[in-house]
Design a protein around this ligand. Structure first.
Ligand SMILES: O=C(O)CCC(=O)C(=O)O
Ligand SMILES: [Fe+2]
Length: 340
């Protein structure tokens, strides 16, 4: 019972308090807590497997560790991890590339507006490609960048969450959005070894890789987020396995299928250009018409584990969107395997 009271006072107004799991009544949860206390034998944690198709799947373990222990770990990480909120160059050269395309392929340009840019933006190998045509378009982009820097310097150029990176010695450096985090050693934070051990005990039931690096995220409020991305950096190999642990405030975790030809978005050819224009402006417009991608949503609970497996990073993107109601912090650990 203590753990229940603790959760309530720790997360006033948190998503978790106002929105319990669908289909799980408070009574049922109370019984579960009571049962947990009386159980002599530890029960294997419940797992939910979501098959995404094409060799991708997600395994969700709502409670891989007891709540009380999870709060203990939350406190320890919150206080002891050297959190940083580095600048990332979302609009800098390292994450944005500009390709010249024909007007037929991109009918919204050169009549540049923010909407056009969105439509003409594709992600490839972790890089944002802005497809644009004319000098006018290019000029528009430069001015837009300047205005963004002036009016929204923090939200656009500071990573919208705290992070810390841990890795075995001698691994390839991690680099994303022009930022290369300093790799701390596991020995600096013994608690991480305990958490990894707990993850591994569940993970044994999920045969696969082992983890030699860890990216920690702290979302202080509902305004902190991680935008759509895939952890598909080459240093993780073709089928990275990522085990994601949540402590603290519940947040929604979304998965969406990466754009492919099958649902009408832009696909670049092997030389990173749009396929040769065939037909009229109307045909090009049709090719660019975006239909809603397949999407899945998980509410990641305090003390939960979510494992992304197979081709999930190659074929899917994930995000933790802003949530106004999430007023308390959430700590997330993503255990990864860097190829050696
Ligand atoms: O906070 C999460 O649940 C996801 C974090 C994430 O996607 C990442 O660190 O790459
Ligand atoms: Fe990620």
């Amino acid at each position: 019972m203590a753990s229940r009271l603790r959760l309530v006072c720790r997360t006033p107004g948190a998503v978790g308090d106002s929105a319990p799991d669908p289909g799980v009544s408070v009574k049922a949860e109370a019984r579960e807590l009571e049962g947990e206390a009386n159980r002599a034998e530890p029960q294997p944690p419940r797992m939910e497997v979501t098959y995404l198709g094409g060799g991708s799947k997600v395994v969700y373990v709502p409670r891989f560790v007891a709540r009380e222990k999870a709060w203990e770990w939350f406190d320890c990480l919150d206080k002891n991890i050297p959190w940083t909120r580095p600048e990332i160059r979302v609009f800098g050269r390292s994450s944005v590339q500009v390709r010249t395309v024909s007007t037929l392929d991109c009918p919204f340009l050169p009549f540049s507006c923010v909407r056009c840019y969105r439509r003409c933006t594709v992600w490839q190998n972790g890089q944002m490609l802005i497809l644009q045509e004319t000098l006018l378009g290019r000029l528009f982009w430069v001015v837009t960048k300047m205005l963004i820097q002036i009016y929204f310097p923090r939200s656009f150029f500071l990573q919208p969450r705290d992070v810390c990176y841990i890795a075995d010695e001698g691994l390839t450096d991690l680099k994303y959005s022009g930022h290369q985090p300093h790799a701390h050693s596991w020995d600096e934070f013994p608690v991480l070894k305990d958490i990894l051990k707990a993850v591994r005990s569940v993970h044994d039931a999920l045969p696969g890789s082992y983890f030699n690096s860890l990216l920690l995220n702290r979302y202080k409020t509902g305004s902190d987020y991680v935008s759509w991305h895939a952890d598909d950096e080459p240093l993780y190999g073709p089928t990275p396995e990522i085990a994601s642990v949540t402590f603290g405030c519940e947040r929604e975790f979304l998965l969406r299928k990466k754009p492919t030809k099958s649902y009408g978005t832009i696909v670049l050819d092997s030389s990173h250009h749009l396929p040769a224009a065939s037909g009229s402006k109307e045909a090009a417009r049709k090719r660019l018409k975006v239909t809603a991608p397949q999407q899945h949503s998980f509410v990641l609970k305090h003390g939960s584990l979510l494992v992304m497996r197979g081709y999930t990073q190659r074929d899917w993107q994930h995000s933790v969107p802003k949530r106004a109601k999430a007023s308390s912090p959430r700590i997330n650990l993503t255990f990864r395997h860097v190829l050696t």
